[in-house]
Design a protein around this ligand. Structure first.
Ligand code: UT7
Length: 329
C-alpha cells in the first residue's frame, strides 16, 4: 500500500531585474584598452554593459530588482520570510548584502543571507531556497542575484574588462502543495556541483583574510571557456535523468550569460534547439550571479516564457561551481 504524502513545491510567482543607468559600449571600451567592437562582438556577443554609479552598491541594485519581482508577483515585501542573495561583490565584507536588502525593503521578520558561488550564485540560491520552502520552514522567498563586478575589474586588462558588467535580478518563490507531478508548476529538480581545484583559472587576487584588500578579477579565459562548455552539460543531463524529461521537452534554455559562444555551444551539445535559447548577454555582458535572473526577467516580460513552460536554468562560475534548476513556470 502506498500512502500519498502531502508535498510542497516552490512555485515562481514573479521575476524582476534592474540595470544601472550608465552604459559602457564596446566603442567606448576601445578608447580605454586595445580592443574593438568587432573583436568583442565576434568572441563574446557582448554589445554593451551597465556600470553602477558612484555610491550605487550591490544591495541598491538588488533592492530594485527585488521590488520589480515583488510587483510582478503582486506581493508586498512583508509577504517574504526568506531572502537569499547570490553575490561575489557584496557592499561590505559584512554584514551580508541580503540583510541590507532586507532592511531596505523594510522587512524585520524572517531571515536573509548571502550565498557565494560566483556566476552560479543565482542557481545555487534557487536550489537553496527551494529546499527551505519544500521543508515547510519558510513560505515565500526572494531569490536575488546582484553584482557590481565593475568594482573588481582591472580596467587595464583587455582580456577581462570587456566581459563584465553590473546588474541585478530577482525571483519570488512560494511554497505550494503539490502532488509531485512533472506537469505541475514549480521547481522540479536542482543539481549543484563544485570542484575547488580550479581556483587559479578564475579568481579575485584579494580578500580580507589573504591580503586585506578587495583585489581584482583574474581569469584564464580559454581554460574557463573549455570547462564551461565541457562540464555544465553534466548538471543539465542530471536534471533530465531525475525527471525523465529530455531536451525536446524544454520550452526555454536560460543559461548563465557570459559569452554567446559558450551559450550556443552548450545548447548544441545538449541537443537544445537554437530557438529555445534565451540570450541577453549582448545587453549587459557577464553580470555573474545576476545574469540568469536578468535573462529570465526579459523573457518573462516580453511574453516568451509563459505559465506552464518548462524552463532550464544553468550556470557555471568561479570555484569552479556549476548547477542547473529545472522549473515548470
Ligand atoms: O562565468 C564564467 C566567467 N568567464 C567566462 O565565461 C569567460 C570564458 N572565456 C571566454 O569567454 C573567452 O575565452 C574569451 C572571450 C575571454 C576570449 O576568447 P578566446 O576566443 O578564447 O580568445 P583568446 O583568449 O584565445 O585570445 C585570442 C587573441 C589573443 O591574441 P593572440 O595571442 O592570438 O595574438 C588575445 O591577446 O585575442 C586577444 N585578445 C583581445 N583582442 C582584442 C584578448 N582580449 C582581447 C580584447 N580585444 N579585449
Amino acid at each position: 500500500m502506498t500512502t500519498s504524502m502531502p508535498q510542497l513545491r516552490s512555485v515562481v510567482l514573479g521575476v524582476g531585474a534592474y540595470l544601472p543607468e550608465k552604459t559602457l559600449t564596446n566603442d567606448e571600451l576601445a578608447k580605454l584598452v586595445d580592443t574593438s567592437d568587432e573583436w568583442i562582438m565576434q568572441r563574446t556577443g557582448i554589445k554593451e554593459r551597465h556600470i553602477a554609479a558612484e555610491g550605487e552598491t550591490t544591495s541598491m541594485l538588488g533592492e530594485k530588482a527585488a521590488r520589480a519581482a515583488l510587483a510582478d508577483a503582486g506581493l508586498n515585501a512583508d509577504d517574504i520570510d526568506l531572502i537569499i542573495v547570490g553575490t561575489s561583490t557584496p557592499d561590505w565584507t559584512f554584514p551580508s548584502t541580503a540583510t541590507q536588502i532586507q532592511a531596505a525593503l523594510g522587512i524585520t521578520h524572517g531571515v536573509a543571507f548571502d550565498l557565494q558561488a560566483v556566476c552560479s550564485g543565482f542557481v545555487f540560491a534557487v536550489a537553496t531556497a527551494e529546499k527551505f520552502l519544500r521543508s515547510g520552514s519558510h513560505k515565500r522567498a526572494l531569490v536575488i542575484g546582484a553584482e557590481t563586478f565593475s568594482r573588481i575589474i582591472d580596467w587595464t586588462d583587455r582580456t577581462t574588462c570587456v566581459l563584465f558588467g553590473d546588474g541585478a535580478g530577482a525571483m519570488v518563490l512560494e511554497a505550494r502543495p503539490s502532488q509531485g507531478g512533472i506537469e505541475e508548476r514549480g521547481v522540479l529538480t536542482t543539481h549543484l556541483r563544485s570542484d575547488g581545484r580550479h581556483r587559479a583559472k578564475l579568481h579575485v587576487d584579494g580578500g580580507p583574510s589573504a591580503t586585506q584588500t578587495v583585489g581584482h578579477l583574474r581569469m584564464e579565459g580559454k581554460e574557463v571557456f573549455r570547462f564551461a562548455v565541457g562540464h555544465v552539460t553534466d548538471v543539465v543531463k542530471d536534471a533530465f535523468a531525475a525527471t525523465g524529461l529530455m531536451a525536446d521537452d524544454l520550452d526555454w534554455f536560460v543559461p548563465h550569460q557570459a559569452n554567446r559562444r559558450i551559450i550556443d555551444m552548450s545548447a548544441q551539445k545538449l541537443g537544445i534547439a537554437p530557438q529555445k535559447i534565451i540570450a541577453t548577454v549582448h545587453l549587459h555582458g557577464n553580470t555573474s550571479a545576476a545574469s540568469v535572473p536578468l535573462a529570465l526577467a526579459v523573457a518573462a516580460a516580453d511574453g516568451r516564457i509563459k505559465r506552464g513552460d518548462l524552463v532550464m536554468l544553468e550556470a557555471v562560475g568561479g570555484g569552479f561551481t556549476w548547477g542547473s534548476a529545472l522549473i515548470r513556470w
